[in-house]
Design a protein around this ligand. Structure first.
Ligand code: AR6
Length: 179
């Protein structure tokens, strides 16, 4: 018997580049060539190996569409892998943003299942430069991850990483509501 979905979901506050989960998720853009926010932080901390692998993926498949995900090694990061997903830009909420953001979580988790990755940490995809409202994004993240964990054995553990205290509180509220 595996642990219950709730026991397999953890919320932490801090810098995702410091986490030693098997994989961390990057809130990338479709070019896969890096950017600001958490993307910039991951490439800085992980070094050039990650960008080199992103370039190879681009050469093969021409970047990454919104809602999709690809995997590279973690370079010099404590995490062994980076799963790069591209969140939607917030555009008022009626342009399919929630479906696209749900796809980011599902497709990242599907890679973790396929590779049987022990643990995966997510930043708040789309909630920075892409302006997705933090409350809605937190509710969606908790709900998607819980549904996934209820249905799948892998990854064993998911960590939702809040960069600030306010976001941590939002995740905790959403988790409490879901129980
Ligand atoms: N650890 C954890 N969370 C972080 C960190 C960190 N080191 N740094 C930022 N965050 P963003 P997006 C949080 O803007 O909205 C890039 O240029 C941050 O507080 O990184 O999906 C890409 O190349 C926020 O809650 O990603 C794209 O062009 C969350 O991570 C674009 O930004 C996501 O903020 C993607 O925008």
């Amino acid at each position: 018997m595996s642990a219950s979905p709730t026991a397999r979901l953890r919320i932490v506050q801090g810098d995702i580049t410091k986490l030693a989960t098997t994989a961390i998720v990057n809130a990338a853009n479709s070019s896969l060539l890096g950017g600001g926010g958490v993307d910039g932080a991951i490439h800085r901390a992980g070094g050039p190996q990650i960008l080199e692998e992103c370039r190879q993926i681009r050469a093969r498949q021409g970047g990454c569409k919104v809602g999709e995900a690809v995997i590279t090694s973690g370079g010099r990061l404590p995490a062994s892998y980076v799963i790069h997903t591209v969140g939607p830009r917030w555009n008022g909420g009626h342009k399919g943003e929630s479906d696209l953001l749900a796809n980011c979580y599902r497709n990242s988790l599907a890679i973790a299942l396929e590779r049987q990755l022990e643990s995966v940490a997510f930043p708040g995809i789309s909630t920075g430069i892409y302006h997705y409202p933090k409350q809605e994004a937190a509710a969606l993240a908790v709900s998607e991850v819980q549904q996934w964990l209820a249905a799948h054995e892998w990854p064993r553990e998911v960590v939702l990483v809040a960069f600030d205290a306010e976001t941590k509180q939002l995740y905790e509220q959403e988790l409490a509501r879901a129980l």
